[in-house]
Design a binder for this molecule. Structure first.
Ligand code: HEC
Length: 472
């Protein structure tokens, strides 16, 4: 269905290109002359090379004519169908700094290059080669923090979640301008989420509890929580109360979750995520992530097995420290609904979550996150004056591409704005990624459970401008 739609769009689009490309003699002359060095390389350098270079997510390098030529047909097909560069957001809502889509002109250039024999042209016409830091998208990190040692993943069994703690040994707060998580072994690293674990502050006034008391409190909390630990996986209990409309969950249910409140609006400990194809960029100068002195970094690693072969991984996080004055810290709100429940066999099941900001904020990026039954997500703002606006609409969510949509301009949101994240799930057998359409599905870490999060990255307007000049 999705492909059929895409094909239809591509077909009507190509018809349009045909219509507009014909009339002027100049245009047809250009198409006859289209060659790699002069016409195609500039597009590839700018729009493809970030991933299609050695060591990055894409399966092949396209940096030279020699490397690109064998892929010409496939390139034509992928760009004409707008499957490459990959982008799932509806262009009618929001403007994004990392929108990689090709212009119609660029698509036309590539298509006619291939249709006219994918010629090389004169290598002297090549634009200067793009400059990349090998191994990193953000540039050379000031500091690389790696898993303490190599992890060995067995050849068989289900996906694994593993947690690793890496000490930063920071003796003062650090301000981070850019951060990137890098998989050590792309074959098995499905995703990385890196969290900041600040040092525990012990309140000297807190009454001392006995061991028995602590055990009793823990057991009680576990009993009241809607979630449980299944080995190293955190999952919602099968018999936990279910609310797919996450915007009207009774407050007492939230308390039981042991989370802060509606939609879990304030997660300052998020550092960075990695999934294949995710492009990361630094924040604007002065907008930083703070890592408190004495923190550790926790890696949550999702490993997928390569059947029949034992694999090793040692993944890393690279940090670039802020150079200039620090103005604001970024925070991450994970607007989520862990009470979700998907009926077996059904398509188009709607699950929502809400979060109201109690401060004036500016949004910097939006990131939908679901698992393989996720089909679409929309993030809307309901302003205090009654206006309503779609901030991001992703009509065809694709689990394989965990895209962060970075706003072209940070967007001001007044105190009292309510964010609503609406997600559509397909738990039917028609969803080819669905591992078990006959199962009722609840929230959980593993990909065979679901998640429903709209990550909203923001800064707070009245956060005091720090008079700190960040240093290494
Ligand atoms: C954000 C990273 C990224 C960018 C940018 C990107 N690609 Fe890709 N590309 C990938 C990944 C990852 C794959 C493999 C997964 C897939 O096919 O979906 C891929 C696959 C492809 C394939 C199919 C290869 C095969 O095995 O059949 C072609 C062709 C391709 N890309 C061309 C392009 C072109 C041309 C551009 C620029 C106009 C581009 N890509 C931009 C990441 C990227």
């Amino acid at each position: 269905m999705k492909n059929a739609l895409r094909l239809a769009t591509a077909a009507s689009f190509l018809a349009m290109v045909g219509m507009f490309a014909q009339p002027s003699g100049q245009a047809s002359e250009t198409s006859r002359d289209v060659n790699f060095s002069k016409d195609v390389a500039p597009i590839i350098y700018q729009k493809c090379a970030e991933c299609h270079r050695p060591g990055e997510a894409a399966p092949m390098s396209l940096l030279s004519y020699k490397e690109a030529r064998p892929w010409a047909k496939s390139i034509r097909e992928k760009v004409a169908r707008r499957e490459m560069p990959h982008w799932d957001a509806d262009p009618n809502h929001g403007q994004f700094a990392n929108d990689p889509r090709l212009s119609q002109q660029e698509i036309e250039t590539i298509v006619s290059w291939v249709d006219n024999g994918a010629k090389e042209g004169n290598p002297k016409d090549l634009p200067p080669a793009p400059e990349f830091t090998e191994g990193w998208m953000i540039g050379k990190p000031d500091l690389i923090l790696s898993m303490p040692e190599e992890f060995t993943l067995e050849a068989t069994g289900p996906d694994e979640y593993q947690y690793f703690e890496i000490k930063t040994n920071f003796t003062e707060d650090k301000y981070i301008q850019a951060v990137e998580a890098r998989p050590g072994n792309r074959q098995i690293v499905h995703h990385i989420i890196a969290f900041i674990k600040p040092p525990v502050k012990v309140d000297p006034n807190r009454p001392k509890l006995s061991k028995e008391e602590i055990t009793r409190l823990r057991a009680e909390a576990e009993k009241n929580s809607i979630q449980y630990n299944d080995g190293f996986l955190r999952r919602t209990k099968p018999d936990a109360p279910a609310y797919n409309d996450g915007c009207s969950i009774p407050p007492e249910e939230y308390k039981k979750r042991r989370f802060s409140g509606e939609g879990e609006g304030n997660d300052n400990n998020w550092l960075v995520g990695y999934a294949p194809g995710n492009i990361v960029q630094p924040w604007e100068p002065g907008i930083v992530k703070r890592i408190p002195a004495g923190s550790s970094i926790i890696f949550q690693m999702h490993y997928s097995k390569v059947a029949g072969s034992v694999q090793k991984d040692r993944s890393s996080v690279g940090l670039i420290f802020a150079r200039g004055p620090v103005k604001k810290e970024v925070y991450m709100a994970g607007v989520s609904n862990p009470f979700l429940k998907l009926e077996p066999g059904l398509d188009n099941q709607q699950v929502s979550a809400c979060w109201t900001t109690n401060r004036n904020i500016r949004i910097h990026s939006l990131t939908p996150h679901m698992h393989v039954r996720g089909k679409a997500q929309k993030i809307e703002a309901f302003y205090p004056d009654g206006k309503r606006e779609i901030l991001l609409n992703v009509p065809t969510y694709d689990f394989a591409w965990q895209t962060t949509y970075m706003l072209k301009e940070p967007k001001a949101m007044p105190k009292g704005t309510r964010f609503m994240v609406t997600t559509i799930f397909d738990n039917s057998a028609r969803n080819k990624f669905n591992p078990a359409p006959d199962k009722t599905v609840r929230w959980g870490d593993p990909t065979y459970d679901e998640m429903m999060i709209g990550f909203i990255e923001y800064t707070v307007d009245d956060q005091g401008v720090k008079s700190v000049t960040a240093s290494k």
